[in-house]
Design a protein. Structure first.
Length: 304
């Protein structure tokens, strides 16, 4: 299933498979049992090899400036652009739209970010929209990366610096307004951005109540879960080890909205997805909600 691409590889699972192999499980001919030190060394080497294949995984960054340090182009005041890396997807906010795409990176410093899906907003003023387009095009032209101190440097051909990032600032789940960027379309097995001119959001209060907009109707919903936990995929064996998050019945007036076209279907799909949520994880300013089978269903971003 395509939604399980988010799992990609688990270091813990890889070690478990390796241990099964080196201890002779399933082998046609018995093999001498290796000493614990041998098993640990072999497993450690496998973990290092897998980690080297995903050198940027579980990192989150805020854009500092465009271009080379001797001729930097600063961000517009009071604006923010981000990027974060899951196993095989990258996501973030370009100052106007949320984006989600596939990337590849190597321990030798190669980095390619494929053209992502984006939410379809056109922001104002025009300078902000232009900055978001510059950021988007810069990411598509990145061919290499390096870490200098605490900064992530993204280059294009001939070592031309395009983007300089700082580590992302922490974003707490409670008290932050989280805006829906993408939802999983199970029928088409793909992530879909929210409709243009629509906004679906949720804010978690400390008393076990959450509220927001479904895109048409305001709503409230009770929830259970420890939202202080920040735990990422590579530290888990299964999604069941992720922090739990469940929602009760949604309370809303359910007044019908005619625009944008399809908003009522999107809102109902969102409320249905909330009822299926069982786990969550947060990385930087993105919040992923998953169902009981570990399949992601909603991807939200912190309002910037």
């Amino acid at each position: 299933m395509a939604q399980h691409a988010w799992r990609s590889i688990s270091l813990t699972i890889a070690v478990a498979v390796l241990l099964a192999l080196v201890t002779g499980c399933g082998g046609a001919e018995p093999q001498p049992t290796p000493a614990p030190a041998e098993v640990q060394a072999t497993a450690g080497a496998a973990v290092d090899e897998i980690a080297a294949s995903y050198p940027l995984v579980s990192t989150a960054w805020d854009l500092d400036f465009f271009g080379p340090p001797d001729q930097p182009l600063a961000m517009l005041p009071d604006t923010r652009a981000t990027v974060l890396f899951f196993w095989d997807r990258y996501a973030g906010f370009d100052g106007c739209n949320f984006f989600l795409g596939v990337y590849t990176a190597t321990s030798e410093g190669e980095l390619r970010m494929m053209t992502p899906s984006r939410t379809p907003n056109i922001c104002s003023p025009v300078e902000l929209y232009d900055q978001s387009l510059l950021y988007d095009s810069s990411m598509q032209n990145v061919t290499a990366y390096r870490i200098e101190g605490e900064q992530l440097i993204a280059d294009t051909v001939n070592d031309q610096r395009l983007l300089t990032y700082n580590p992302a600032k922490p974003v707490p789940v409670p008290g932050t307004e989280w805006v829906l960027g993408f939802w999983w379309n199970a029928e088409r097995e793909e992530w879909r951005p929210v409709l243009a001119l629509s906004e679906t959001s949720i804010t978690f209060a400390e008393d076990g109540q959450a509220s927001g907009s479904g895109g048409c109707n305001n709503y409230t919903v009770p929830y259970e879960g420890d939202l202080q936990i920040e735990k990422v995929m590579e530290a888990t064996d299964t999604y069941a080890e992720l922090p739990t998050l469940t929602f009760g019945p949604v309370a809303a007036q359910f007044v019908a909205c005619a625009e944008p076209e399809g908003i009522m279907d999107q809102e109902q799909g969102y409320f249905t997805a909330l009822s299926s949520v069982a786990y969550y994880f947060k990385l930087g300013g993105m919040l992923m909600m998953l169902d009981a089978q570990g399949a992601p269903v909603l991807l939200l971003g912190a309002r910037n």
